[in-house]
Design a protein around this ligand. Sequence first.
Ligand SMILES: CC(C)(COP(=O)(O)OP(=O)(O)OC[C@H]1O[C@@H](n2cnc3c(N)ncnc32)[C@H](O)[C@@H]1OP(=O)(O)O)[C@@H](O)C(=O)NCCC(=O)NCCS
Length: 170
Amino acid sequence: MGKPSDLSSSAFSVVTIHQYRVLYEKCVQLINSEWPRSYNARLRSLEASRDTLPTSMVVIKNTDSINETTSVLAHARLSPVPSDSSAVFIESVVVDRRFRGQGLGKLLMTEVEKHCFSALHLKTIFLSTIDQDGFYIKLGYQFCKAINMFGTHCALNNSTKKIWLRKSVM
Ligand SMILES: CC(C)(COP(=O)(O)OP(=O)(O)OC[C@H]1O[C@@H](n2cnc3c(N)ncnc32)[C@H](O)[C@@H]1OP(=O)(O)O)[C@@H](O)C(=O)NCCC(=O)NCCS
């Protein structure tokens, strides 16, 4: 499948999930297609989404009306960092397998960054990944030390071999 000719066209939109509760089920299916977990646990996490953090943002395929048949093609969750109120932690970034390599991940992250830096006035985005650092480096993220989300002094768990990245407001 080739790249969509113009991602800024009206083919796709990036929206917050709580604007369209009718999309919850499709969004749970998308996230669970990559990281299977109980439906209810996923639903609860989406139901917590709001304008301030935490927020789940999704890429949808534009249709005349948004309803339960609307395709949810990508998702990212923006979570607060309790130890740093000027920072956000991005997690559960996933693009529908059938649509990878077409710029949707980049579209989503660009809108996530606008939301974090311009709407929420946050200063730094942190995220961690096991094997997708190349994607984030392409988007301008830089390697950094693991952050301690809660500001406590518990030992870091290095067993997962997570790579940490950050991007700060220009
Ligand atoms: C990682 C993921 C979100 C990328 O989404 P995508 O829609 O396929 O990425 P895009 O097509 O928007 O890629 C944007 C750019 O990054 C590059 N890129 C994408 N994945 C890459 C990778 N793993 N390594 C290096 N570059 C990568 C693309 O080539 C593209 O470059 P270009 O702008 O020069 O053309 C997607 O592959 C995915 O959902 N993976 C499974 C879930 C996962 O691992 N998520 C990350 C959790 S931290």
